[in-house]
Design a protein around this ligand. Structure first.
Ligand SMILES: Cc1cc2nc3c(=O)[nH]c(=O)nc-3n(C[C@H](O)[C@H](O)[C@H](O)COP(=O)(O)O)c2cc1C
Length: 177
């Protein structure tokens, strides 16, 4: 939805990484619920992507073996001042919940970003066994103990996240980013 404030449209960036599509699917669900003009960027496909020029920034990343992929680390490193300077939302996709899930979230993003974020949450994750690579499948079973297709993606959490982001609507009229 395009939200106009006076002459201004709220420009929102969702920068994400995905391996098997869940984090991207969550980004798209989120985009539908956000008020503003949303740009979706897969930073793996677009390594030169920038966070410059947006009013709000959201980052999304999946957890693999307790860690995130280097492309998101690189994006955060390259765009740190821009990311720190705007209303921020952070999410992860992973199958672990509770304490283990939160540990994944804490490891995924630098502490400064986690402290600064309006909202940081776990959306859950999903897996289709037949889509896993030859080496991924045994690692997945070892890490998660799950042997079937599985999803615990929470549409409620995505909706609540969008609500929190929408509540913070204050794009400054200055040209500086
Ligand atoms: C090899 C492998 C390792 C994984 N390790 C973790 C993990 O450490 N913690 C976790 O919460 N989820 C783990 N998962 C689950 C993924 O995070 C989950 O499937 C997520 O939805 C993947 O997102 P994507 O489809 O965007 O790549 C793992 C999945 C695979 C295949």
């Amino acid at each position: 939805m395009n939200l106009m404030i006076g002459e201004l449209c709220v420009n929102i960036l969702i920068a994400y990484v995905t391996k098997h599509g869940t984090t991207e699917a969550c980004a798209k669900k989120l985009a539908e619920k956000l008020e503003g003009s949303v740009t979706l960027v897969d930073v793996k496909k677009d390594p030169a992507a920038t966070a410059q020029g947006y009013d709000k920034i959201i980052l999304g990343v999946p957890i693999y073996g307790g860690d995130i992929e280097r492309e998101m680390k690189h994006f955060v490193h390259q765009n740190f001042p821009q990311i720190m300077g705007k209303p921020l939302g952070l999410y992860i996709c992973g199958l672990f919940e509770g304490e283990k899930g939160l540990a994944g979230l804490k490891k995924a993003y630098p502490e400064q970003l986690l402290k600064k974020a309006i909202v940081a949450d776990l959306f859950g994750g999903s897996v289709v066994q037949s889509k896993l690579g030859f080496l991924e499948r045994p690692i997945f079973r070892m890490v998660t103990k799950i042997k079937t297709d599985y999803s615990n993606v929470s549409d409620e959490k995505i909706a609540a996240f969008a609500e929190r982001m929408n509540a913070n609507i204050a794009p400054k009229k200055s040209k500086a980013n």
